[in-house]
Write a protein that binds this ligand. Structure first.
Ligand code: ADP
Ligand code: MG
Length: 339
């Protein structure tokens, strides 16, 4: 009888232990949102409730994104980048570690994509009306383009560690193609540093995901149909622990005489891109890389982008306008993510 009792006790203790463990492990979901970089951000976090201190996390995330803006925004006249752009000296200038890192990655991707991603396109972006001073909504003159393009080209900047030197005083760097992705990575790294490993971090459509949802299932993301008048699903994907960026020109453009002018500039023509590729999605380990690559592939146009993605083993999904609607192209590396 004694033996029997002790067995029951043991069972009860084991049960109590199990209950307290599962209570401790009870996962809660916290969602946060806000505005940054001219767009919105959304966070979904899943962790034990004691880790999810809403006001602390929100203010920390806002501070991180403010810091990225203070360093890399061309929309802030006093950001580190704007001061560099206003500085007409060709002497080396010291950069913060973050800005040097983003410029370094952008130059690397610029070289890899043979100049499709070119952060020195700033003067052209501004001329076409997609910079901080807004859009003139008209095509600039040939003369003006000829004049401005002489200051564009990755050969006009040299980065050496955290020192940057402009070879041309009028070089103007624009990090808008990649800074959102960097912001996403910064937020994701912060979450991991406080022990939150199940998250979805999204800024203006660029995102990084890790772990699982509260019910243990995988994060699912919908790639939108590339139409400006509606929001509909084109493809559902499960990227796993990775980043996803989408570049598309169905939202940010102006129209003149029935022609659309995109905010993405082709550095070889000095004009907004003009081809049938309407949306590019890239899955990569870091969101900075995914963001930069998505813009670069969008510059290349459908054939070149698809060849480039295959050649470099990238996980890429393209939507291309066809006579009857849209065609879809994707690489082998993207296939496993499609649901
Ligand atoms: P998308 O999501 O359409 O790729 P992004 O916001 O990532 O858009 O990048 C587009 C922005 O990058 C433009 O608004 C402009 O400031 C800048 N940009 C335009 N063309 C280029 C280019 N060829 N290389 C680098 N940056 C560019
Ligand atoms: Mg981009």
């Amino acid at each position: 009888m004694n033996k029997m009792l002790s067995k029951i006790w043991l069972a009860l203790i084991a049960l109590a232990f199990f209950v307290s463990c599962s209570q401790q492990n009870a996962q809660q979901t916290l969602t946060l949102q806000g505005r940054t970089m001219g767009t919105t951000y959304h966070l979904t976090l899943i962790a034990q409730s004691e880790l999810l201190e809403q006001s602390k996390i929100q203010s920390e995330v806002d501070a991180i994104l403010e810091d990225v803006n203070d360093k890399m925004s061309t929309y802030r006249p006093n950001s580190e980048l704007s001061l560099l752009n206003q500085n007409l000296s060709t002497d080396p200038v010291g950069l913060s570690a973050d800005t040097a890192k983003v410029i370094g990655q952008a130059i690397e991707l610029g070289e890899l994509t043979q100049g499709a991603l070119d952060i020195t396109v700033g003067p052209l972006v501004n001329l076409w009306g997609f910079g901080p001073d807004g859009r003139p909504n008209k095509v600039p003159s040939f003369e003006k383009i000829e004049q401005v393009k002489t200051h564009v080209g990755l050969d006009k900047i040299q980065l050496d560690g955290s020192l940057i030197r402009k070879a041309d005083p009028k070089v103007y760097i624009d990090l808008s193609s990649i800074a959102k992705g960097f912001g996403v990575d910064q937020v994701a790294d912060y979450l991991e540093s406080i022990g939150i490993n199940n998250y979805l971090v999204e800024i203006g459509g660029e995102m990084r995901l890790n772990g699982q949802k509260a019910d243990g299932s995988q994060w699912r993301i919908a790639i939108e149909k590339p139409v400006s008048f509606d929001r509909a699903v084109q493809q559902v994907i499960e990227p796993g622990d990775a980043a996803l960026a989408t570049s598309g020109d169905y939202r940010n453009y102006f129209e003149q005489d029935g022609v659309r002018f995109s905010h993405t500039i082709d550095p070889t023509t000095f004009k907004p891109i003009n081809h049938k590729l309407v949306s590019v999605s890239v899955i990569a380990p870091s969101c900075m890389e995914a963001d930069g690559l998505a813009t670069a592939l969008n510059v290349m146009g459908p054939e070149k982008a698809f060849d480039f993605a295959k050649k470099h083993d990238l996980a890429v999904y393209l939507v291309v306008k066809s006579d009857s609607g849209f065609d879809v192209l994707f690489t082998e590396q993207f296939k496993p993510y499609m649901k």
